[in-house]
Design a protein around this ligand. Sequence first.
Ligand SMILES: CC(C)(COP(=O)(O)OP(=O)(O)OC[C@H]1O[C@@H](n2cnc3c(N)ncnc32)[C@H](O)[C@@H]1OP(=O)(O)O)[C@@H](O)C(=O)NCCC(=O)NCCS
Length: 177
Amino acid sequence: MATDVVLRAFTEEDVTGFKRYWDQLEPATDRDGMSYASTTKDDQSFAEDGFLSDERGRLAVIADGTFAGFVGWRRRQNAGNSMAWCWNIGVGILRDHRGQGIGTAAQAQLVDYLFATTPVERIEASTDEENLAEQHVLESLGFTREGVLRAGNFAQGRWRDMVMYSILRSEHQRGDR
Ligand SMILES: CC(C)(COP(=O)(O)OP(=O)(O)OC[C@H]1O[C@@H](n2cnc3c(N)ncnc32)[C@H](O)[C@@H]1OP(=O)(O)O)[C@@H](O)C(=O)NCCC(=O)NCCS
């Protein structure tokens, strides 16, 4: 198990590890990673803003001093009024760092960070119906399984169902996890 997991703003060195992440994904099992790549890889440049803007962000996950992956978030509007926005979070851990508690620790720290530094009420995460590891992690962090987004994603040549999870500020403050 990794003993020390921290999130930090990307350095140039971390960007090298980040590029490696996309190369080691397995399309058959890392469907979430692949879709996350297609939505966030190209539209945000480290050189422009260090992967940190008002609308979205990405931090490096460092485990025992080594780049192990990333966490990310993007703003999502659920209704027309200005209050009705939330963060949708994602995570990617390098394959050889998985199963060591790093994904759990990283997402726990991201949730703490977003509730502490922004006025958001709701943090959500959606994941492929077959991604049992991520579903387990989200539930262990106190997220509630809200339901299934039928045909919520297109990956590996077909429409796929996704599971939607969320945690509210009040639940986080109560320390439900
Ligand atoms: C999902 C992911 C982030 C998990 O990261 P990780 O560092 O391996 O996670 P952890 O080691 O902290 O925890 C994994 C948990 O899932 C459990 N798990 C693993 N496979 C499982 C399965 N098939 N069914 C149920 N639980 C499973 C593990 O037992 C562990 O739980 P525990 O700590 O209670 O024993 C990682 O696999 C990944 O990056 N996948 C590709 C990208 C992705 O899917 N991102 C998520 C959606 S954006």
